[in-house]
Design a protein around this ligand. Structure first.
Ligand SMILES: *C/C=C(C)/C=C/C=C(C)/C=C/C1=C(C)CCCC1(C)C
Length: 251
């Protein structure tokens, strides 16, 4: 019988060479392209790490780590494509970013719910409110950016969806449950996670504002900033969950 431990790294090794060709076109002076490359590799490595670490934590924390690994896996594959679009056209791969967000943002939101469920009886309402907030935020943003609706209207409705998420994790049922029922290490992690969702996530609407609404930002800076934001919001976010999962598994 093959074990997960051997199967996962093996499958990643099989997948990787497929994407390696594109590197031939990467110019050594193309720092945005290089940042796409670096971050795709960091995402692949994080995926292997999170999946392997599921073996080390107690049963109720496994799902959290699996979800962290799914977030970085989905993002890694999008980064391979986005890197190619950038190298071929020098353009912002907006559609790929939104497809990536549409999958990874709900998964990141699920993390809040799963963590609360690991420490108590989290209601389904928490889950649904976080999902609805995410969908409103992303669908409105996409419709605004793709020109289906007025760009400002998309921005404002998108901001409202994000505000709804923030309300839920700070002051709503999720926030209250974390401060009333969770052990100290979980409270700490929950608190760091929601600050990431506040400050780290603010980078994307700022990109919409400066890159699209007012047109003040260059394609280069916009993409480098989005790429760095993803390191914080996807990899560092996962590491925080890994930290609380391993700490609580020992306790
Ligand atoms: C890994 C990717 C993440 C965490 C992406 C997050 C994206 C956002 C927080 C996007 C937010 C937006 C608004 C708040 C207003 C409308 C425009 C968006 C979609 C860029």
């Amino acid at each position: 019988m093959f074990k997960l431990k051997t199967l996962l790294p093996a499958s990643l090794l099989l997948v990787l060479p497929q994407f390696a060709n594109a590197a031939a076109n990467l110019e050594s002076s193309d720092f945005v392209g290089i940042s796409f490359w670096l971050i795709s590799m960091a995402l692949v490595a994080s995926t292997a790490f999170f999946f392997l670490e599921t073996q080390r934590v107690s049963a109720k924390w496994k799902t959290s780590l699996t979800v962290s690994g799914l977030v970085t896996l989905v993002a890694a594959v999008h980064y391979f494509y986005m890197r190619d679009v950038w190298i071929a056209t020098g353009d912002t791969p907006t559609v790929y970013r939104y497809i990536d967000w549409l999958i990874t943002v709900p998964l990141l939101m699920v993390e809040f719910y799963i963590i609360l469920r690991a420490v108590g009886n989290a209601s389904g309402g928490i889950f649904w409110r976080l999902m609805i907030g995410s969908l409103v935020m992303l669908v409105a943003g996409y419709m605004g950016e793709a020109g289906y609706i007025n760009a400002w209207a998309g921005f404002i409705v998108g901001l409202a969806g994000w505000a709804y998420i923030l309300y839920e994790v700070f002051a709503g049922e999720a926030g209250k449950m974390a401060s009333d029922k969770a052990p100290a290490s979980v409270q700490q992690a929950f608190s760091t996670m929601r600050w990431i969702v506040t400050i780290g996530w603010a980078i994307y609407p700022l990109g919409y504002f400066f890159g699209y609404l007012t047109g003040g930002a260059s394609m280069e800076s916009l993409n480098v900033i989005y790429n760095l934001a993803d390191v914080l919001n996807k990899i560092a976010f996962g590491v925080i969950i890994w930290n609380v999962a391993t700490t609580e598994s020992k306790a």
